[in-house]
Every structure is written in structure tokens, then in C-alpha cells.
Design a binder for this molecule. Structure first.
Ligand SMILES: Nc1ncnc2c1ncn2[C@@H]1O[C@H](COP(=O)(O)OP(=O)(O)OP(=O)(O)O)[C@@H](O)[C@H]1O
Length: 300
């Protein structure tokens, strides 16, 4: 018998208003354990509000949230304290405590503290008072506090904020490694080029609603291909390709074919017309381009 994949997060009919402003409007999504899920969307879309509701940090108007099948609300959050690690907005940091003392607030396991300090390469400053930390060091401490207990679910709101490129890379490796060992991640970020390197599922939020939830594999299938061709005779090449019904335009000395087409017949059409080809590049839309296109299509 096939094992049913465990749903680690289930959100049904989530609504939240601040005053008269509906900030979450019937939000529904769920995902299974072991996934790395990206929560993306424009500023003010409702991502942080969703994360706070998931953690039982904020009262909601209606709907329900379950983590590992257990309900979560502002009054019921045992599963959150036992199974979830989170960094929402900025880490709460006491200026006169060291990084190490912050970790001691989270766990009594020296082994786990040593592990997290090592994997996030915080050895040089972990015993200094946190008031002397830079923005990036504080951010790493916040991430360390979210991870130190090795929770089943980790919720990170803009974790790359303030991190240098090397730290971003380290964090990416660490997330991948922990996910391989079964940890589930829900990560919001505006740095889509980074996010797309690690996530396997994307949830797009716009105006307090889930616009779409897709796996990255589904995304890649729907991403448009663009072909860029340069020849010695672009004007004639353009005519040849248009005559052969290719959707082609000319831009900055290149011919742009903005649809997935088979490469070989297109090149044959040019070679048969004795046109010399200087370069051919194939591009696939990245996550950012696809999401911006989807958001623009929605507004149109
Ligand atoms: N405590 C609050 N009181 C009133 N309005 C709020 C409160 N918290 C959030 N909002 C509003 O709710 C909306 C969603 O905010 P939220 O922080 O969830 O967005 P977000 O998607 O995380 O945005 P960003 O990408 O800018 O972080 C925004 O319009 C925000 O102004």
C-alpha cells in the first residue's frame, strides 16, 4: 500500500481584516512534509500576515490552520512550540546577551548549539554581545535560533535580508541539506533569483489571495522559451523567417523568436537562404519573469 504523504501545513478559508481593510481573503493552501515552499508576492500581498497566522501569533477572523494535523490559533499552539522554528520580520534580539546566550534561550543542547554555530559559520562572534552585531550577523542569529532545535517545519520571512553573497550560498546549502533530511521549509523572499535555486514549490500571493500554487517542475513547463539569433543579414533573415511563419521580431541587432520553436528547421530556413548565422541563444523565462507576467495578466 502506498503511504499517503503527510500534510505538514493546511490552511483553509483564512480571512483577516485590519479595520475595514481585507488583508487576507479566503486563503487556502497545503503542502507535504519535506518540501521547500516559496511564499512570494508583491509588497503588502499578505505573506507576513499568513506566516503570523500559521504560528498562532495573530488572531484571524475566520478559517483554520493546521500543522501536522493539529489546529493552530492564538490560544492553541502546542504544535508550533514543539515542531516549528521561525524567523518573522526581524529577529528579537536582546542587546546585552551574546549570540550563544540567545541560543540557550531556545535549547539546552550544547551539541545542537555547536552544530548551528558551525554550519552558519558564526564562531568568530557568537560570544560577543549582540548589540555589537551587524545587520547580517543579527539575521544569522535569528536563523540560528529558528534552526537550533531541528524543528520539523521552519518558517523564514525574508531570510536573505542583510546576508552577504557567501552567507546566502551557505544558507541555501544548509536549507537543501536539512530538507533532504526531512525538514520542511516555508520561505518568503523578494530575491526570486535566489529563491528559485532552492524551492520545489511556489505559492504566489496577491491582494490577500493565493493566485497559484505550483511545483517548480510545472513552472518550468509553463515558462516561455525565447530564441535569439544573430546573422550577417538580419533584414533578409527577418523576411525569410516571417515568410516561414515564425513569430519573429528584430531588436538591437538580434532576431527574437518569442515562442518555443524547433531549432533545426529554423536554422535550415536561414542556411537554405544562404544567410550566415553568427550566434544562437535559447533563454527560458525565470521565476521572476513568469510571476511578473502572471501578475500583469491578472491586472489587465
Ligand atoms: N497590524 C497591522 N495593522 C494594520 N494593517 C496591517 C497590519 N499588519 C499588516 N497590515 C497590512 O496588511 C497588508 C499585508 O501586510 P503583510 O505584511 O502581510 O504583507 P507582505 O506580503 O508580507 O508584504 P512585504 O512583501 O512588503 O513584506 C498590508 O497592506 C499591511 O499594510
Amino acid at each position: 500500500m502506498q503511504r499517503v504523504q503527510e500534510k505538514i501545513v493546511q490552511v483553509v478559508g483564512l480571512r483577516k481584516t485590519f479595520g475595514h481593510r481585507a488583508v487576507l481573503r479566503d486563503v487556502n493552501f497545503e503542502f507535504s512534509a519535506g518540501k521547500i515552499v516559496g511564499l512570494v508576492g508583491p509588497n503588502g500581498a499578505g505573506k507576513t500576515t499568513i506566516m503570523k497566522a500559521l504560528l498562532g501569533l495573530m488572531a484571524i477572523d475566520s478559517g483554520n490552520v493546521r500543522i501536522l494535523g493539529q489546529p493552530v490559533s492564538v490560544t492553541t499552539h502546542a504544535v508550533v512550540t514543539q515542531q516549528v522554528g521561525a524567523l518573522i520580520e526581524r529577529p528579537a534580539i536582546y542587546p546585552f546577551l551574546s549570540g550563544w546566550q540567545h541560543l540557550q534561550l531556545m535549547t539546552t543542547s550544547v551539541k545542537q548549539m555547536t552544530w548551528v554555530v558551525r554550519v552558519l559559520q558564526m564562531e568568530n562572534y557568537i560570544h560577543r554581545p549582540a548589540k555589537r552585531y551587524s545587520l547580517g550577523m543579527k539575521q544569522k542569529l535569528g536563523i540560528a535560533m529558528a534552526l537550533v532545535n531541528r524543528p520539523r517545519l521552519v518558517i523564514l520571512d525574508e531570510p536573505m535580508n542583510g546576508l552577504d553573497p557567501q552567507s546566502v550560498k551557505q544558507l541555501r546549502h544548509l536549507i537543501g541539506q536539512l530538507a533532504g533530511e526531512g525538514t520542511t521549509f516555508l520561505i518568503s523572499s523578494h530575491i526570486l533569483s535566489e529563491l528559485e535555486k532552492i524551492i520545489d514549490t511556489v505559492i504566489l500571493i496577491d491582494q490577500g489571495q493565493v493566485l497559484l500554487q505550483r511545483t517548480m517542475a510545472q513552472f518550468q513547463q509553463s515558462a516561455r522559451q525565447t530564441l535569439v539569433v544573430r546573422t550577417t543579414e538580419n533584414v533578409r533573415a527577418l523576411r525569410v523567417l516571417l515568410q516561414a511563419d515564425y513569430p519573429v521580431t528584430q531588436q538591437n541587432g538580434d532576431l527574437i523568436v518569442s515562442k518555443s520553436v524547433a531549432l533545426t528547421p529554423l536554422l535550415h530556413a536561414l542556411l537554405d537562404a544562404h544567410i550566415q548565422i553568427l550566434k544562437v541563444n535559447q533563454y527560458q523565462e525565470d521565476l521572476e519573469t513568469v510571476l511578473l507576467r502572471l501578475l500583469a495578466e491578472r491586472k489587465a
